[in-house]
Design a protein. Structure first.
Length: 575
């Protein structure tokens, strides 16, 4: 695909709104600062806002208002980005993120989403798509893996409900190198692809290319996600590589986009890549490139059908006959994954959407949203690829607000991760719009906002992310130290420790971990008859500095485990 470069004629509309956009955004952020509750309401969304986002939100509002009123001016002169600088920056970024994986995020898969990547990777490394639940553990499956398990009849298979792409990549990568290096390398690859696209779009405005690159490396959302096992880094990087090839437009490049697209659909959730790629593919229609459009439609249709039916294939290969759920193929997917989400509306959608938007803004560079807003003239006139970039953002936002407004855990708004590149490129368009009218103020404002992010927001978010992960990792190590066959973990309401009930798919780890909320007293006694048990109570949580606000006692947990009173199977918990 050949697009005209993103050059815009200087207009008052394009350039004169820079300070005004900053003041308007500052007012909106200040309103959120006042309106959004800062109390600990019990949801992880509100908790994140209280410990991270609210502080950054206040800082951003103050900084944007100051810049909008001050209007500093300083014209900078930057050369076109040399190739060695780009590749050096990508390598340094990957190295620092690899270091941060251990130093900041402790190489710990905190959430069930992250753990299931390792879970499936273990299956793949053992040459299987799913493990069959051994007969002795039939009925215990949900206690062993409480969430995001493939919905096989009778919970008879141990495999995640997610697409396998990210886990398969990690399993393959781990055969050669430290698997913790995969996402950092993908992040470096994404930077190279982004700058390649930016150079194509802004050939006469090298500053805009630098702006896109800065937006990327100063995105705390991009940085922290790349230090985890989340699939979102792969979504972002593969989408950027896809777009770089799509814009190149050669036969081999376009063939590459089809291969990448088919794989990206199966990375994690099938929805993210089509929402990104769809607007670009649709641009082929006004260009009257019917054959290429039809080829994309055929390839993407086949890929969607394959990945939608992947759970059914896994079950069939394991000898499990599914009569309901996603195991029944396309009809089950539409019924269980699509219609269920549409019909079961979350009453807190509006509040969650506000939290999500705030979290996205706070976890990205300060200039991102103001510059993206200034790209409106480029979007409106269809300059370059501004329109499909904006369309991908809007489609993703509307789809996730409708289907899944609650993101749960996440660093930034992870459902925007697949279209992060769209935001960064729109910031480049916005810079061009502003600079063509008043480059001195555009340069100064962008530079100051970049420095404020680099020296204030990012360090704060890295420190608080580490502080958030550390107690989870500490409790995980405490459970690992138990000299018992089984560990029954208090996961009664509120289920703060539910993600600690994690096991290998072959169930070879010791102690095997069980979620108490998914067990009966009879099942606990069955464990007692089979081996030794460590009971992980809230007092143990507190020794690991985990959920210190929880009461010391958990009446429902104590009621369940009371059947083990006086039994020799219970061992003393090791600190």
């Amino acid at each position: 695909m050949q697009e005209k470069p993103g050059n815009l004629a200087p207009t008052p509309e394009a350039g004169g709104h820079g300070p005004r956009a900053m003041v308007m955004l500052a007012a909106i952020l200040a309103m959120w600062f006042v309106v959004l509750p800062a109390d600990n309401s019990g949801t992880i969304t509100a908790h994140y806002y209280r410990i991270q986002d609210r502080t950054v939100l206040g800082f951003m509002a103050l900084a944007l208002f100051t810049l909008g009123w001050w209007r500093p001016a300083l014209r900078l002169t930057l050369p076109a980005m040399p190739r060695w600088v780009l590749w050096g920056a990508a390598g340094a970024l990957a190295g620092l993120l690899w270091l941060g994986t251990y130093a900041v995020m402790l190489d710990y898969p905190l959430t069930r989403d992250e753990h299931m990547v390792l879970f499936d990777a273990r299956n793949f490394s053992q040459g299987q798509l799913a493990a069959i639940v051994p007969g002795q553990w039939v009925g215990f499956t949900l206690a062993l893996v409480p969430d995001f398990l493939l919905d096989a009849p009778g919970d008879s298979l141990l495999a995640s409900a997610y697409g396998p792409g990210n886990a398969a990549m990690r399993a393959g990568f781990g055969l050669l190198l430290d698997p913790a290096l995969m996402n950092p390398l993908l992040a470096g690859m994404g930077l190279v692809a982004l700058v390649n696209i930016a150079k194509r779009q802004f050939p006469d405005t090298p500053h805009a290319v630098w702006v896109c690159g800065l937006a990327y490396i100063l995105s705390a959302q991009m940085l922290v996600a790349a230090m985890t096992t989340y699939a979102m880094t792969a979504h972002m990087a593969l989408n950027l590589v896809w777009l770089a090839l799509f814009l190149r437009g050669s036969r081999w490049a376009l063939a590459g986009t089809m291969v990448i697209g088919a794989w990206a659909i199966g990375l994690h959730q099938i929805i993210f890549h089509p929402l990104f790629a769809g607007p670009f593919i649709l641009t082929l229609l006004p260009q009257r490139r019917w054959g290429l459009f039809a080829t994309y439609a055929l390839v993407y249709g086949a890929a969607l059908l394959f990945w939608i039916n992947y759970p059914a294939m896994v079950m069939q290969l394991a000898g499990v006959d599914a009569t309901s759920g996603t195991g029944t193929g396309t009809s089950g997917f539409l019924r269980e994954r699509v219609m269920a989400l549409i019909l079961e509306r979350d009453p807190n959608t509006l509040a969650l959407t506000n939290f999500n938007i705030v979290r996205f803004i706070c976890w990205n560079v300060l200039f991102l949203v103001p510059l993206a807003a200034l790209a409106w003239p480029a979007v409106k006139t269809g300059t370059g690829i501004a329109l499909p970039l904006a369309a991908g953002i809007v489609l993703t936002f509307l789809a996730m607000m409708l289907l899944l407004p609650y993101q749960g855990h996440g660093y930034g708004y992870r459902y925007f991760h697949a279209v992060l590149g769209n935001w960064f490129l729109l910031a480049g368009y916005g810079y061009v719009c502003w600079a063509r009218r008043d480059q001195a103020r555009a340069d100064a404002g962008t530079a100051i906002m970049a420095m404020a992010t680099a020296f204030c927001a990012i360090p704060f978010l890295l420190v608080t992310s580490h502080q958030f992960v550390a107690p989870y990792a500490s409790l995980d190590r405490l459970i690992e130290r138990q000299q018992a066959d089984f560990a029954v973990i208090d996961t009664e309401q509120p289920q703060n420790a539910i993600d600690q009930a994690r096991n290998l798919p072959d169930l070879s780890n010791r102690p095997l971990r069980f979620s108490s909320d998914d067990m009966s007293q009879a099942q606990i006694m069955t464990l007692c008859q089979r081996g030794s048990i460590a009971l992980i109570r809230r007092q143990d949580f507190h020794r690991a500095d985990f959920s210190p606000d929880l009461p010391e006692t958990s009446p429902e947990f104590e009621r369940k485990v009371a059947v083990t009173d006086g039994q020799s199977c219970v061992v003393k918990t090791r600190e």
